[in-house]
Write a protein that binds this ligand. Structure first.
Ligand SMILES: Cc1cc2nc3c(=O)[nH]c(=O)nc-3n(C[C@H](O)[C@H](O)[C@H](O)COP(=O)(O)OP(=O)(O)OC[C@H]3O[C@@H](n4cnc5c(N)ncnc54)[C@H](O)[C@@H]3O)c2cc1C
Length: 339
């Protein structure tokens, strides 16, 4: 019997669940191969009890949800070489395995918790209160997603006989992330209100925001979108701008709305009402651009630019055309040195 375990490393690191999934597979098959997403040749060596390894060569990390179509194709090509294929039930790889299985007319049994005997598996249902035994009726490959969440209390798990072995062979699969990005189909909601893949407000390192002084949604987009794209920043706004129709409500920052905590926040034409300031209280560095030197936002800001916001945006865009922003700290230093 041969088993393939599909794993996804996060930040090039595997979790203990990944090793437990491999250990689970070794209880059924002496030969466990691994298809590893988003890890390099060095990192794969931390995993024990694995035989052959497939890893991907690509410029950027693979986004399992976005690239599922091409990943499923690659996985379906591998499935027929194995008797058992396993993924973690709680990962997005479950979806990949379902799509790949459909291509070879196999379904995925999800939530398998323990292996009892040859082709007898246990599933725990209803928060572990109900036990169900499962057997595959069709020929291999058997596709399963394993739930390692529940503690293994019900069955005495047999220790694997095999000693930990080093990886014997690593095969590299080329995966062109540039090309696959063009093949993507997104729903409009996934892309945010502007139909662009900007970072989420609550997750971004840099947030730029505009107030109602932009006047119209066309003006708001015309000035802020190019800058956000250049900086890789999320766009935020005030309730004043939302009420005027300058910006969509999902971009509103404020105490009862969204509290943000980026490293850098740049406010263009925002007065700094208490409601708005409550939403940016966890920001590390605040840069405020306002023509009114008495604007309340200056009281909280680390860097104050008393100037016309259009002039500042134009200058920033000119500077960004000629310079590359290495990271957010580099940009904050730039403000420190110039403001
Ligand atoms: C119950 C309640 C809840 C609220 N919750 C929120 C909330 O969660 N979030 C929120 O943001 N607001 C909230 N508000 C609204 C808030 O009180 C303010 O009215 C709003 O934040 C002001 O938005 P603004 O800064 O865009 O507009 P304004 O207060 O009108 O400020 C515009 C600023 O732009 C400057 N400006 C104009 N032209 C230029 C230029 N060319 N260059 C540079 N600067 C320029 C002006 O000097 C001014 O300071 C709430 C209000 C209420 C009553």
């Amino acid at each position: 019997m041969k088993a393939l375990v599909i794993l996804e490393a996060v930040n090039n690191r595997f979790s203990s669940t990944d090793q437990r999934l491999i250990d689970f597979a070794t209880r059924m098959c002496p030969n466990v191969d691994v298809l590893a997403i988003n890890c390099n040749v060095v990192r794969i060596m931390v995993l024990k009890r694995i035989n052959n390894v497939f890893i991907f060569a690509c410029k950027r990390p693979i986004n399992v949800l976005r690239d599922y179509h091409r990943l499923s194709l690659i996985v379906s090509g591998l499935l027929l070489k194995y008797d058992i294929v396993l993924v973690d039930n709680n990962s997005n790889l479950h979806h990949i395995l379902c799509c790949a299985g459909a291509a070879i007319n196999r379904c995925v049994i999800s939530g398998i918790h323990d292996v009892i005997d040859y082709n007898v598996f246990a599933m725990l249902l209803h928060d572990g209160k109900l036990l169900k035994y499962i057997s595959f009726k069709h020929p291999s490959p058997w596709l399963m997603s394993v739930r390692l969440f529940y503690p293994t209390l019900l069955f005495e798990s047999k220790k694997p006989d095999r000693q930990p072995s080093l990886t014997s062979r690593i095969q590299i699969i080329n995966f062109n992330t540039d090309h696959c990005l063009k093949l993507l189909t997104y729903s409009r909601k996934d892309l945010g209100p502007y139909g662009l893949d900007l970072p989420k407000l609550t997750e971004a390192d840099i947030v730029i925001a505009g107030g109602r002084s932009f006047g119209t949604s066309e003006n708001f987009k015309k000035w802020l979108l190019p800058l956000a794209l250049k900086l890789g920043a999320a766009i935020g706004t005030t309730r004043g701008a939302v009420e005027l129709g300058c910006a969509p409500s999902e971009l509103q920052i404020g105490g009862n709305y969204q509290v943000i905590s980026p490293k850098l926040y740049i406010a263009f034409g925002i007065s700094g009402s208490d409601h708005h300031l409550a939403g940016i209280r966890f920001v590390k560095s605040i840069v405020a651009v306002n023509t009114d030197i008495n604007a309340q936002i200056f009281s909280l800001s680390n860097y104050a630019i008393a100037s016309d916001m259009y002039k500042v945006i134009t200058k920033m865009m000119d500077w960004l055309q000629k310079n590359t922003v290495k990271n957010t700290d580099f940009l904050i230093n730039k403000f420190r040195n110039t403001v």
